[in-house]
Design a protein around this ligand. Structure first.
Ligand code: PKZ
Length: 128
């Protein structure tokens, strides 16, 4: 279970602007876009830890807490939760900054699992 905090947990890994092209039919930002930003951030954290290529193997948890709006700056924070033989579990939180950066709202949280691959595309053991 992910514990609620008033401060982001983990390292700020990506920041990006939510654009009109990323909206759903209701006018808020499409959840799939947010999820893909989280996948990218988790992959960056996993690449840094594995020191090599990774692929996403599982989304173990994903919660949409609040909507993201056009013009929000989406900030994704990552923390390495577990390192196995070939897998890395990354905890993720996305926060939206809005109203000229005055407000910061936690919009999603999740836990994604990545597998380390060698240049040959085969699973690769992660150094402890
Ligand atoms: C310096 C920094 C510069 C950075 C600069 C580069 C930045 C870079 C950014 C890239 C940003 C784009 C990031 C997009 C990332 C994609 O879009 S990846 C595309 C989507 N993913 C795929 O296509 C993967 C498809 N799946 C596969 O190829 C195979 O299933 C895999 C992943 C190779 C695993 O093969 P397998 O033989 O099934 O593996 P298996 O031995 O059963 O399990 C391997 C490990 O995974 C774990 N696992 C397997 N299934 C699961 C599951 N369902 N749940 C949890 N764990 C599981 C196992 O427990 C095991 O863990 P370990 O005990 O070894 O630690």
């Amino acid at each position: 279970m992910i514990v609620e905090t008033s401060e982001p947990k983990g390292a700020l890994t990506i920041r990006t602007l939510a654009m009109p092209a990323d909206t759903n039919p209701a006018g808020d930002i499409f959840g799939g876009w947010v999820m893909s930003q989280m996948d990218i951030a988790g992959a960056i954290a996993a690449v840094e830890r594995a020191q090599g290529r990774v692929v996403t193997v599982a989304v173990e948890a994903m919660t949409f807490i609040a909507p993201v709006k056009v013009g929000d700056i989406l900030c994704v924070y990552t923390s390495i939760e577990r390192v196995g033989n070939t897998s890395i579990t990354v905890g993720l939180e996305a926060w939206a900054r809005r109203n000229r950066l005055d407000d910061r709202v936690k919009v999603t949280e999740g836990r994604f699992v990545y597998v380390s691959l060698g240049e040959d595309g085969q699973k690769r053991r992660i150094e402890p």
